[in-house]
Write a protein that binds this ligand. Sequence first.
Ligand code: NAD
Length: 260
Amino acid sequence: MSKARTAIVTGSTSGIGLGIARALAADGCNVVVNSFTDSKEDHALADGIAREFHVTAAYIQADMSKGEECRRLVEETAERFGAVDILVNNAGIQHVEAVETFPTEKWNAIIAINLSSAFHTIAAAVPHMKRQGKGRIVNISSAHGLRASPFKSAYIAAKHGVVGLTKTVALELADDHVTCNAICPGYVLTPLVEAQIPDQMAAHNMDRETVVREVMLARQPIREFATVEQIGAATVFLCSDNAALITGTTLSVDGGWTAR
Ligand code: NAD
């Protein structure tokens, strides 16, 4: 049996990141779970994944808003696991507000966590992947990496940036058997989306049910939230041998949103 691969999933204590970490563990990968907190629950989450899927799992605290911590996450993984085979850049935050009143500190935090963190982790992981002669990088962008909506200037700028970064890294690593792709989910019902519902209700002056159907899912021909398991399965596929020739592209899991 070949040696288990090691996967880092940034921002993986909740939502899509946790779904991806669980899917990669179910596929036999050792996983590094990450967030900016350092609680007993964080470490217990990684221990639970290790027990459930019979893999090695560790929780490594690192704040993805800080470049040096992004790089430390990768180096600490390489030291503890001996390899960095898969890097999933998933950590992300959101703020919904009109551009003219959008707070500068929110803009800076969103650009740092949703875009610059991927630059730093990729920069740190690439030397390891080149040395190993293989690697997989999966960036979690969004349908908002391909299309815009009002009131999300920082998020949409960052997610479009992630798609550009993905293409560039794919070109640079084409000779190294390292692929780099972005997954672009439509709406996935996670804590991040739950938290947007009140803001969207206020911005559009609508009740919850109306804002979900008429605003959030309005542009998804299939008016259903995606599941974290579906995003996890898409990630496992992009990390498989069968995806060796898929690089520099986006995989939409968006109920047809970007078909329009
Ligand atoms: P979530 O809020 O449920 O989870 C976000 C994770 O990131 C958490 O584990 C959180 O602890 C972590 N995180 C936040 N700030 C961090 C920081 N500074 N350092 C390290 N970790 C940090 O969100 P989610 O809905 O699961 O979103 C995950 C990713 O998927 C994000 O990049 C988001 O933009 C993207 N996405 C989500 C949806 C959706 O509908 N939920 C759609 C498209 C794309």
